[in-house]
Design a binder for this molecule. Structure first.
Ligand code: ZN
Length: 424
C-alpha cells in the first residue's frame, strides 16, 4: 500500500514546485527584466488605414508639446539644421576674407552657436510670478556637404554688384533679394547664409560700430559684416542665431504678440542702458541687446513644433537623421509618458513593464524599427495618433511581450488612430 500512495502524494507537490516560481510577481518581473519572454506581433484592428494620406497644413502649434525633457533628453531627438554659406567679395578681393580664413570663421561661428544652443542660459527678464527654466534647445547647426564635390558647402562669389550689404541708410539694401536669387542653392534642403560686407566705395554705413547686422529673407539669411573684420565670429554668433531664430519661426520677443507668454513685453532699450543684467535688461535671443542669447521654453517649443511638421518650411532644412535606423540605441520609456507632440525617432522604442506610453500625434520610426511593449507595459494610441514612416519605407510595427496567459504587453488604440506603412 505504501509504495502505491507515495508517488500519488508527491505528484501535486511536484506541480506546485514547478509552478511556484511563475506565481509570484517578483519572479515574473525578474523574468521580464531578464528578457525571458517572447515578443509577438500586434495586429491592429479597428483603426484607420487610409490608402492615400496627406498631412494637413498646421496653423496653430501646441508649443508645450515640444519641450525637452531634462531627465530624458532622448524623448526629443536633436534637430540638426543644415546650412550652406556664401562668402561674398568684390571682383578684386577688397576684403581679405576667403579660402581657409573664411572656412575657419564659419567653423567658429557654428561652434560658438552650437555651444550656446546646447547650454541655453537663464532668461534675465521673466514675467511676474513666472519662473522660466533654461531648457536645452535640442537644436544644432550643421554645415552641409556639397553633393557634387563631397566638400563643405562653402561658396565664394566675387561680384562687385552684390557683395555689399547696407543694413541702414544711406543706400539701405538689406531687403534686396538679388544676391539670394543669383547664388542660393538647394533651398529645398538647406538654409542659405550669405556673409557680406559694407560697400568699399560709395555711401558708407552710419552710426556706432556694431557686432553685425542681419536679415532673414525666406530662403536665406544675409549677414554683415564679417568681411570687414569688425565682427569676430563669437560676436556675429548673436546676430546669426537671431536671424536663424526668425527662420525657425521666432518673432521679436519684446512685444506682446510673439506667441509666447514667457517673454515679457519691454521697451527693448538694452543697447542704451548703462547697467545691464538679470532683472534689469533682456538677454533674450530675439530682443536687441549685446547679450542676446537666451531662449524661453515657449520659444524652443515654437521652433521644435515647426521642425516636426511635415508641411512646414522649417522641416525642409532639418537633416533627416530619423531615416537612418540605429539598432544599437533605443528609446526606453521607463515612466508614464504622453507624446502630444510629433516625434521622429531613429531607433526602436521600448516601453518598460509597469509603464504606459501614450501617443497622440505623428510618430515616425525608420525602416525596420519597432515599438516594443514589455509584458505588463501599455501602449495607448489616442485619436490623433499617426504611426508611420516618413522616409518612403515601412516601419517595423508593434510587438508585445508575452510571458504567460496573464502577463503580456497591452495595446489600446482609439478607433480614430491612424497606422500607415507598417511592415507586413
Ligand atoms: Zn530680428
Amino acid at each position: 500500500m505504501r509504495s502505491v500512495y507515495f508517488p500519488l502524494l508527491l505528484f501535486p507537490l511536484l506541480i506546485f514546485a514547478c509552478r511556484s516560481p511563475l506565481a509570484t510577481p517578483q519572479v515574473m518581473s525578474k523574468r521580464v527584466a531578464a528578457g525571458d519572454f517572447e515578443y509577438v506581433r500586434h495586429r491592429f484592428d479597428s483603426i484607420q488605414r487610409p490608402l492615400n494620406f496627406e498631412f494637413p497644413r498646421q496653423r496653430n502649434y501646441d508649443n508645450t508639446a515640444y519641450l525637452p525633457d531634462t531627465t530624458h533628453a532622448d524623448y526629443l531627438p536633436v534637430r540638426n539644421v543644415l546650412l550652406n554659406f556664401h562668402v561674398m567679395n568684390s571682383a578684386d578681393t577688397v576684403y581679405d576674407f576667403y579660402g581657409a580664413k573664411a572656412t575657419e570663421y564659419i567653423t567658429y561661428l557654428l561652434s560658438f552657436s552650437n555651444k550656446k544652443f546646447n547650454n541655453n542660459p537663464r532668461s534675465w527678464l521673466q514675467p511676474d510670478s513666472m519662473d522660466v527654466p533654461a531648457l536645452p534647445t535640442r537644436i544644432q547647426f550643421k554645415l552641409a556637404t556639397d553633393p557634387a564635390t563631397g566638400r563643405p558647402a562653402i561658396y565664394e562669389h566675387y561680384d562687385d554688384e552684390l557683395y555689399d550689404y547696407r543694413h541702414d541708410n544711406p543706400g539701405r539694401n538689406r531687403g534686396d533679394m538679388a544676391v539670394v536669387k543669383k547664388y542660393a542653392v538647394r533651398t529645398e534642403r538647406e538654409l542659405n547664409i550669405f556673409l557680406m560686407g559694407p560697400p568699399w566705395a560709395g555711401p558708407q554705413p552710419v552710426g556706432p560700430p556694431s557686432p553685425g547686422s542681419g536679415i532673414f529673407l525666406g530662403d536665406a539669411v544675409k549677414l554683415t559684416d564679417p568681411l570687414s573684420g569688425k565682427s569676430p565670429a563669437w560676436e556675429l554668433r548673436k546676430v546669426f542665431t537671431h536671424e536663424v531664430g526668425h527662420a525657425l519661426g521666432l518673432w521679436h520677443a519684446w512685444g506682446k504678440s510673439d506667441g509666447c507668454d514667457d517673454t515679457p513685453a519691454h521697451a527693448n532699450l538694452s543697447w542704451k542702458l548703462k547697467k545691464r543684467g538679470p532683472g534689469v535688461s533682456s538677454n533674450n535671443l530675439m530682443d536687441y541687446s549685446p547679450n542676446q542669447e537666451a531662449l524661453t521654453p515657449c520659444q524652443i517649443g515654437r521652433m521644435q513644433a515647426r521642425m516636426a511638421d511635415p508641411t512646414s518650411k522649417q522641416r525642409r532644412w532639418v537633416r533627416r537623421d530619423w531615416c537612418e535606423y540605429r539598432p544599437e540605441k533605443r528609446v526606453v520609456i521607463d515612466e508614464n509618458v504622453t507624446f502630444d507632440g510629433a516625434r521622429d525617432f531613429n531607433s526602436d522604442v521600448l516601453v518598460r513593464a509597469g509603464f504606459t506610453l501614450t501617443v497622440n500625434n505623428r510618430f515616425h520610426l525608420p525602416l525596420g524599427a519597432k515599438i516594443l511593449v514589455e509584458p505588463g507595459a501599455r501602449l495607448v494610441l489616442g485619436p490623433d495618433a499617426i504611426l508611420h514612416n516618413d522616409c518612403g519605407d515601412n516601419w517595423g510595427g508593434v510587438e508585445v511581450g508575452v510571458l504567460n496567459k496573464t502577463l503580456r504587453g497591452e495595446v489600446v488604440a482609439d478607433p480614430r488612430a491612424t497606422v500607415l506603412n507598417e511592415t507586413t
